[in-house]
Design a binder for this molecule. Structure first.
Ligand code: SF4
Ligand code: SF4
Length: 295
């Protein structure tokens, strides 16, 4: 079972449009995963029929037992995240102590100093995962709550679910739409991968972010190949991408020209391969899939 990760280093390069096209080309003997848990969007193109869902508990949050609290204020002093607030009466005495759940990092410092054993750390709900069927095969995705943390852990969890489904179905591929950037979720996406396909664009930020994500792949010793999307928008920058890849011995899988049809396919929520029939971009993506699948 080959694991193919599509990444970009930054958002907006066309990563999801490319991944959805692979969903159409890779046959049904595969599992699709959207590891962009902070802003999942592959489901908008794959139209999943959700079969199972569950709660993700990613971190801890402090809770104060008001019956035990003696209002000493020590927890407020030690909280480096200013997550504990107090209501103070006109005489300057604490009337109530409470925790702002959006600021609490679950570090336990308050629990350690509380003289009344009034603070407990509870696992907090930080998102949801979904297992679905699509006409392209099983598809797993997740949504992290706003301002929730531990996205890397959620990525690991949905990758593990995809792996189990893949093993059970004897799938040939797991195709992963990776998160943008180079942070925790990307590192988590990268583990156990056979090939990372970097979709980039010929802008300065596209080049800079591509370099960073290639460094991450190098660190994890993951084979990398590159797709230049909208290559004709800046031929000089596209040349720079090609030179950079040549120096690192990274294969350019293909160059996709800019087309308003791509934006139209996304607006209509149809994977490009199905939307366009057999135009030049579809042919290019088919050629790229032939190279990817031969790895
Ligand atoms: S667990 Fe840490 S972050 Fe949360 S309230 Fe206590 S001291 Fe502050
Ligand atoms: S340290 Fe404990 S007893 Fe003191 S204010 Fe905080 S919760 Fe209440």
């Amino acid at each position: 079972m080959k694991k193919i990760l599509v990444i970009s280093g930054k958002g907006g390069t066309g990563k999801t449009f490319f991944t959805a096209s692979l969903a159409c080309l890779a046959g049904n003997n595969k599992v699709m995963v959207d590891c962009d848990v902070d802003a999942a969007n592959l489901h908008l193109l794959l139209h999943p029929d959700i079969k199972k869902s569950g709660i993700f508990k990613g971190g801890y949050e402090a809770e104060i037992n008001k019956d035990r609290c003696v209002k000493c204020g020590r927890c407020i002093e030690v909280c480096r995240f200013e997550a504990i607030k107090a209501i103070v009466n006109k005489d300057g005495n604490i009337e109530k102590v409470f925790i702002d759940p959006f600021s609490c990092e679950g570090c336990s410092a308050c629990k350690l100093v509380c003289p009344a054993n009034a603070i407990s750390l509870e696992k907090k709900e930080s998102g949801k995962w979904f297992i679905s069927d699509t006409k392209y095969g099983p598809f797993i995705f997740a949504k992290l709550d706003v301002a929730a943390e531990n996205s890397g852990k959620l990525v690991s969890e949905i990758k593990e679910k995809a792996h189990r489904i893949g093993e059970k179905n004897k799938a040939q591929y797991i195709i992963i739409d990776g998160p943008p950037g180079i942070g925790c979720p990307v590192i988590s996406s990268m583990s156990g991968i056979d090939l990372a396909v970097v979709v980039t664009e010929p802008t300065l930020s596209g080049i800079s972010d591509m370099k960073r994500v290639i460094q991450v792949a190098e660190y994890f010793k993951v084979e990398t190949k590159v797709v230049i999307n909208k290559y004709d928008l800046n031929l000089n920058n596209s040349k720079d991408i090609e030179n950079l890849c040549k120096n690192k011995d990274i294969e350019i899988l293909g160059r996709i020209p800019f087309s308003l049809q791509v934006a139209k396919s996304i607006v209509e929520s149809i994977p490009y391969i199905e939307f366009s029939g057999n135009d030049i971009i579809s042919k290019l993506i088919r050629n790229m899939w032939a190279k990817i699948s031969s790895v």
